[in-house]
Design a protein around this ligand. Structure first.
Ligand code: SF4
Ligand code: SF4
Length: 220
């Protein structure tokens, strides 16, 4: 039951800040923000913060705004249409960049790039990286792809009931720990990069950022 944004929206972006799965987007020149119905997890956080009551749950939407259910869905259909996944060569270059950063700070890590569904595209384990780092790097990448946010932002919620139940639903692959970033193309999540193996999660996160710089340089 996704939420829907109507033309009451004043474009202040308040809902974007609270959405735990980053499914609220717009683009330059668009008259309002939109909710991706395929990603929304029905948490109602956006509705609570909207200063102009522009957001409704689809089943509760007033009759005069029902067209906006399709308006929101169409925005994502149109903007996702031309987007593909992360090419292997790019994924591999991202992994190499992450390795270079890790080596520079004296760490040995595994870097994993996954697609938008959390399936692996490329895995690179440095020679001295702990064997378990491969599984944990994958779990972090899977988590960033599932939540559409940097895993560092989820660390504080690790003990909350919603996080635990989502972890069960994803068969233990949810790992809310710093070290992974979503890969975004326009309004679309196309994958994620996850790193594990450094002495501190913050170093894993910086290694992931080094990998992301490859993607950003190629898309800006
Ligand atoms: S909080 Fe309300 S007004 Fe602000 S961007 Fe979101 S829907 Fe629009
Ligand atoms: S209900 Fe929750 S998940 Fe859905 S758009 Fe609003 S904040 Fe995002």
């Amino acid at each position: 039951m996704p939420y829907v944004i109507t033309d009451l929206c004043t474009n202040d972006g308040a809902c974007v800040e609270v959405c735990p799965v980053a499914c609220i987007h717009t683009k330059p020149g668009a008259p309002q923000f939109y909710v991706d119905p395929e990603v929304c997890i029905d948490c109602e956080q956006c509705e609570i913060v909207c200063p102009v009551d522009a957001i409704f749950k689809d089943i509760d939407i007033p009759a005069k705004y029902t067209d906006f259910i399709e308006v929101n869905a169409a925005f994502f259909r149109q903007n996702k249409a031309a987007i593909g996944s992360v090419p292997f060569d790019t994924a591999w270059a991202m992994i190499q960049s992450s390795h270079e950063y890790a080596q520079m700070v004296g760490a040995a890590v595994t870097a994993v790039v996954v697609d938008e569904a959390g399936a692996p595209i490329a895995v690179g384990k440095m020679d001295k990286a702990d064997p378990v780092s491969a599984e944990l790097a994958f779990n972090k990448a899977y988590t960033a792809a599932a939540f559409h946010v940097a895993t560092a932002t989820l660390a504080a919620q690790a003990r909350q009931p919603i996080m635990r139940s989502l972890s069960i639903a994803h068969r233990g692959k949810i790992l809310p720990m710093a070290g992974a970033l979503p890969i975004i193309n326009g309004v679309t999540i196309v994958g994620a990069i996850g790193i594990h193996g450094a002495a501190r999660p913050e170093q894993d996160a910086l290694s992931a950022r080094a990998g992301m710089s490859v993607w950003e340089n190629a898309h800006h």
